[in-house]
Design a protein around this ligand. Sequence first.
Ligand SMILES: [Zn+2]
Length: 174
Amino acid sequence: MKNPLAPETVSRNKYIAIVYQFQYADSSPGVEGMQGESVDKAIRVLEKLGHRLTPQRVLVTKIILENVKNHPTFKEIHKLASENLPRLGVSTTYTIMKMLEEAGLIRTFEIDGETHIDSPEPHVNLYCEDTGKIIDLDEPEILETLINTLRQKGVNDPAPIVIIKARCNNTSTN
Ligand SMILES: [Zn+2]
C-alpha cells in the first residue's frame, strides 16, 4: 500500500530552536516497525489491558500504527480512517488515540496547535518549518549525549520527547 504520509528527506543544517518536552512513559511493549505482526502484537497488548476491541477500534489502531513513523497529525488519521469508516466521529478517533498512548504504543506531541503521533522508542524528531515534515534522527549518539546531559541536570527520563525545529529550504548563498 502506498503511504500518502511518507516524509521527504530534509537537510540537517540551520537548527534554529530546540524544544524539549518530557514525558514519563516508563515501559513500552517494544512494538516497532508497525506492520503486520507488530500491529497484531499491539492489538494483543490492548486486549491484555482489558480494552474491548470493536472492528472500528481495530481498524483505527491499525491506521495509526501503520503510519506512526510519519508522525501523522490527529486530523490526518481521522481523515484516513474516515475513508473506510465514513461515520467515524472525531471524539471516537481521539479516544482510540488516547487508548494507544496510555498503553505505551504511541506518544503524542504538539506543534503549532496540531497533535502529532509519534513512536514510543527514544529518538530525536526533526521538524522542518518550511514543509511541516517531521523525520526521525535515529543516530544513537545524539540521543545518548542528550540523555546523559539531562541526567546531569537531574532529569532521569530515558525517552524524552525531543523536537528540533529547523528550516530545511533555506536558500542562503553564503
Ligand atoms: Zn518521531
